[in-house]
Design a protein around this ligand. Structure first.
Ligand code: NAD
Ligand code: UDX
Length: 463
């Protein structure tokens, strides 16, 4: 089967870039990305590519090439579903905030709404692709909703989890380590799998396209994120031990990373991992394990989250303790708010939790981030519900320029590893700060000896 018309429900961090690349690489396929969020769709359609709703290096060029050629962004969800032979579901699957599984399970209400909408609208056979990250066996629920339409339309369901990381989404999509496609192991299932393989095969080498059954595919996604996050928590756990023993976590990471069985990636100690995926997906894995009665499995993976919370808390405590156990009324400059560099995404960013803890001690925080807006920072803090919105707005402010953020500060905390932080005039920053001038490098990106020569008191995670 040759796919001619794709619809993607959900124009977010995954749907937008993924469909832009699929459209760019398959000019003969019409790709329509739809969303109920009208302002997001308007931003995707904005003439000024700087106004795209998400910031990803290289994305503007891909969108410029494909948009209005064979890539379209629309709020008309029904029309796009009806016209498509293949529908990707790329909506959000956040952690549940209510009812059974609250704080652990994935909230699948948006997925179910999509399935019901497809069932209602579809008049011709379609392949439905799970692009969102889903608990293992979700395809069964989608299938049961779709197969009960009674209008004779046939559906095949595929699982095609996305492995892109934010900040490198375009590069990851252009040259993925692998593309994973799971489907029913039946004749019709194999045909559907092949239809999706053909789309990726226009630019991904065949040997990097893996096909498997639905459940292995669904579970592989949660597993990949759990393993990656586990590496970060493992090195972060060791960073604390390094600090009390005189070992240097970078040296340890370098030494163990040379072992080809371990490998060098994802061994960077930090203030803690953030992002919309790691915590949510591990909690989901823990919940699934618990629901099968596998308590030892659940407890094992939960430690990855517990260690991450500890690391964020430890960093904030280090700041408080170093500033003579009192930060009330002291100005603390935050460089970075995003959960990693090269993205404007702040979901679960360590900065939010560190700020919250410092605000509890009545610090006055001034933030500079190259890509995150003031409104986003405030809404991130307000979401925690720790204090009133007015207090958050009063005690955490945002400036558009780093030197202003650091002026008269007692301390600077590096929360995101933006490259530009390394190139600042640190002498100028030092001259304008309160003394002693402290730097807390939560990302290990600054030149510690240069800072010390200037006169800074420096704390770096894991040293
Ligand atoms: P997102 O919140 O950025 O985007 C989801 C979009 O879906 C939103 O714009 C929302 O308005 C829209 N939506 C929700 N319900 C809808 C409906 N019924 N009809 C139309 N639109 C609807 O989320 P995201 O970061 O793109 O993540 C999407 C999925 O991909 C999640 O399951 C996530 O776990 C997974 N994932 C994310 C990443 C990542 O780096 N962000 C990477 C891999 C996988
Ligand atoms: C992750 C997965 O990498 C990706 O495959 C999946 O599709 C979505 O989730 P993402 O969250 O976008 O991607 O970014 P990632 O690069 O994995 O970083 C996650 C967090 O871990 C960030 O806060 C990052 O700063 C932190 N991290 C990462 C470290 O602290 N140390 C490291 O060595 C690597």
């Amino acid at each position: 089967m040759k796919v001619k018309n794709i619809c993607c429900i959900g124009a977010g961090y995954v749907g937008g870039p993924t469909m832009a690349v699929i459209a760019q690489k398959n000019p003969d396929i019409k790709v329509t990305v739809v969303d109920i969020n009208a302002s997001r769709i308007a931003a995707w359609n904005h003439d000024d590519l700087e106004q795209l709703p998400i910031y990803e290096p290289g994305l503007d060029k891909v969108v410029a090439e494909a948009r209005n050629r064979n890539l379209f962004f629309s709020t008309d969800v029904d029309a796009a579903i009806e016209a498509a032979d293949m529908v990707f579901i790329s909506v959000n699957t956040p952690t549940k905030t209510y009812g059974k599984g609250k704080g652990m399970a994935a909230d699948l209400k948006y997925i179910e709404l999509c399935a019901r909408q497809i069932a209602r609208v579809a008049k011709s056979d379609k392949i439905i692709v799970e692009k969102s990250t889903l608990p293992v066996r979700t395809a069964q629920a989608i299938k049961s909703i779709l197969h009960n339409t009674g209008n004779g339309v046939k559906f095949q369901i595929l699982s095609n989890p996305e492995f892109l990381a934010e900040g490198t989404a375009v590069a990851d999509l252009m040259a993925p380590d692998r593309v994973l496609i799971g489907g029913e192991q039946t004749e019709d299932g194999f045909k559907a799998i092949q239809a999706l393989v053909n789309i990726y095969a226009t630019w991904v080498p065949q040997e990097n396209i893996l096909t498997t059954n639905l459940w292995s595919s669904e579970l592989s996604k949660l597993t990949a994120n759990a393993f990656l996050a586990q590496r970060v928590s493992s090195i972060n756990a060791l960073s604390e031990l390094c600090e009390v023993t005189g070992a240097d976590v970078n040296e340890v990471a370098n030494a163990i990373g040379k072992d080809s069985r371990i490998g060098p990636k994802f061994l960077k100690a930090s203030v803690g991992f953030g992002g919309s995926c790691f915590q949510k997906d591990i909690l989901n894995l823990v919940y699934i394990a618990k629901s099968y009665g596998l308590d030892a499995v659940a407890d094992y993976w939960e430690q990855v989250i517990i260690m991450n919370d500890h690391q964020k808390h430890r960093f904030a405590s280090k700041i408080i303790q170093t500033l003579y156990n009192t930060i009330s009324g002291k100005k603390i400059a935050f460089l970075g708010w995003a959960f990693k560099k090269d993205t404007n995404d702040t979901r679960e960013s360590a900065a939010i939790y560190v700020a919250d803890q410092l605000l509890e001690e009545q610090a006055s925080i001034v933030v500079f981030d190259p890509k995150v807006t003031k409104q986003k920072m405030q809404s991130d803090l307000n979401y925690l519900n720790t204090r009133s919105e007015e207090d958050n707005a009063q005690y955490l402010t945002t400036v558009p320029e780093p030197y202003e953020a650091c002026k008269d500060a007692h301390a600077i905390a590096i929360l995101t590893e933006w490259d530009e932080f390394k190139t600042y005039d640190w002498q100028r920053i030092y001259d304008q700060m309160q003394k002693p001038a402290f730097v807390f490098d939560g990302r290990g990106i600054l030149d510690q000896s240069q800072l010390k020569t200037i006169g800074f008191q420096v704390y770096v995670i894991g040293k």
